[in-house]
Design a protein around this ligand. Structure first.
Ligand code: AP5
Ligand code: MG
Ligand code: ZN
Length: 214
């Protein structure tokens, strides 16, 4: 099962990718998470990426294309993968196409999650992430059992780019640079559009139904 999850910031890509990962036992490849880890480790790549991420802009294509190309060659991708947050530009989509052809890993589906903008902003401002294990919560829609604490015991924190000004720019960047990928994958006969406004478990079921028909 080789899948791409497409959708604006806050659409639920990470939430759904984690559920699909458990269900199909295939890895979630989130370029955002890989970049945030690089920032935390203060690697050269992380130091360069941080400026873009803090502004809500995209990190240059060649950086993320290299990350994904390498990641796809790891053994755990043999049974499939879920790309979350990649590709995000047409050049990234072209580069991915080439990598997947070389690796003989054809895409099965591109799932696009549709959510209205006001709901996205609400989701992003209420999101909390575990510092230890990365699990994602929402203060209202998916609250932790214990205040500010993950089920693993880790402390929950807010992402640096989840402030209102940066969120606004991320939305704009999405519409300008990433939204055209819907047509790109529709033309390739791979696109499935899913209503991402439903409850988390209902969205998951819709995605499963869609994937069963691929
Ligand atoms: P990235 O980490 O990919 O962020 P994003 O695309 O902005 O998406 P988010 O992670 O914010 O949202 P999501 O769709 O995963 O939603 P989630 O499931 O968490 O990228 C960050 C930055 O890294 C970029 O700005 C860029 O700088 C850089 N970058 C990354 N990839 C790049 C690339 N390919 N090229 C260049 N630069 C790149 O859900 C959000 C909240 O809503 C959570 O609290 C969740 O609990 C809640 N929620 C989820 N689903 C539902 C539901 N159905 N109902 C109610 N609440 C829900
Ligand atoms: Mg995410
Ligand atoms: Zn945790």
């Amino acid at each position: 099962m080789n899948i791409i999850l497409l959708g604006p910031p806050g659409a639920g890509k990470g939430t759904q990718a984690a559920m699909l990962m458990n269900r199909y036992n295939i890895p979630q490849i989130s370029t955002g998470e890989i970049l945030r880890a690089a920032v935390q480790n203060q690697s050269l790549m992380g130091l360069k990426a941080k400026e873009y991420m803090d502004a809500g802009d995209l990190v240059p294509d060649e950086v993320v294309v290299g990350i994904v190309r390498e990641r796809l060659q790891a053994d755990d991708c043999d049974g499939g993968f879920i790309l979350d947050g990649f590709p995000r530009t047409l050049p990234q989509a072209d580069a991915l196409k080439q990598s997947l052809e070389e690796l003989n890993m054809p895409l099965d589906a591109v799932v696009s999650l549709q959510v209205e903008t006001d709901v996205l902003v609400e989701r992003l401002t209420g999101r909390r992430t575990c510092r230890s294990c990365g699990k994602v919560y929402h203060l209202q829609y998916d609250p932790p059992a214990q205040n500010n604490t993950c089920s693993c015991g880790g402390k929950l924190e807010q992402r640096d780019d989840d402030c209102e000004e940066t969120i606004r720019n991320r939305m704009q960047v999405y519409h300008q640079q990433t939204a055209p990928l819907e047509d790109y994958y529709r033309d390739a006969n791979l696109l499935s559009v899913i209503d991402g406004m439903a409850e988390i478990s209902d969205v998951h079921e819709q995605i499963i139904l869609t994937l069963q028909n691929c």
